[in-house]
Write a protein that binds this ligand. Sequence first.
Ligand code: PLP
Length: 337
Amino acid sequence: MILEHGGRLNAAVKRWGIARQHWLDLSTGINPLSWPVPEIPAHLWQRLPEADDGLNEIIRDSYAAPAHADCEPVAGSQAAIMALPRLRQPCCVGIPVIGYQEHAYHWRQAGHTIVSISAAHIHAEGDECWLDELDVLVWINPNNPTGERIPTATLLRWHARLQQRGGWLIVDEAFIDSTPQFSLCAHSGLPGLLILRSLGKFYGLAGVRAGAVLGDATIVQALRKLLGPWTLSGPARYLMAQALQDLDWQAQTRARLLADSQRLAHILQSAGLSPLGGTALFQTVQLDSAAQLAEQLAAQGVLVRSFAEPGMLRFGLAADEQQWQRLQSALPAQLGD
Ligand SMILES: Cc1ncc(COP(=O)(O)O)c(C=O)c1O
């Protein structure tokens, strides 16, 4: 089975009979103004990628990870999401009920027992005994699609409790780049802690398929062995190194994304839709008629991501003024349940 995701523009073209170039695709949380890709030196297409090309040090530096944390570049954080469940014998894995569905899917596929972690678990003040039935906790911070962010101190406390019994905490930080101050990477030298990063969202380079795993050296080494050589292509390694070192672009992009995300929240609020939560790259609203509104928007060539139970719509950012206007006029006046 292949799970559904945003960004399925070809399917939308077929279903709605609207040509590809006429769509406003807001169905992903990918930065629409991506990092400007430079020319790639010819030798990178010709030669095999070399693991000691300095990329690991650049990743560690960029994410402020300590020198004793190991790190492995991967073909998108998805590659790690699919491989990590194979590094443990069948065990009990906690995964947020609402969140990127690939985690639960791959842990279940590998024979593990999934424990759904709900808001009631994580907001039970002072009572974190739910952690004691888990061997692994996967958390998405900030979460996609709710945007919920768990404070670093809480995540570290969860990690310490799991680690007392040799448990792991895996934090998916695919959407953290706009707010790096909340990343757990500075702690990635701790045993049993793994952090997933992505080049797909903030850098807008989802097509490159590049990301990284940082953390416990024993686990990262096992992952490296499982993935084998050349998991990331030479051109992807080069682009990743360049993008991670482009500090000016990163600073400008952070400011722009945060402002654009606020603009998006404001547009949704003006249409009577209160954002449930969001990040710098998307806003999510909860409403019973989510599927209906998604259809209404799609009929006008505006693609958003719809979730059932609870009904939610996730809106990504528009790329320019014309797109913002288009979204605004596609939303019916004063919605909301
Ligand atoms: C929360 C989350 N983690 C990880 C991924 C995988 O991203 P990538 O493989 O491009 O790094 C996604 C993709 O949508 C995501 O939403």
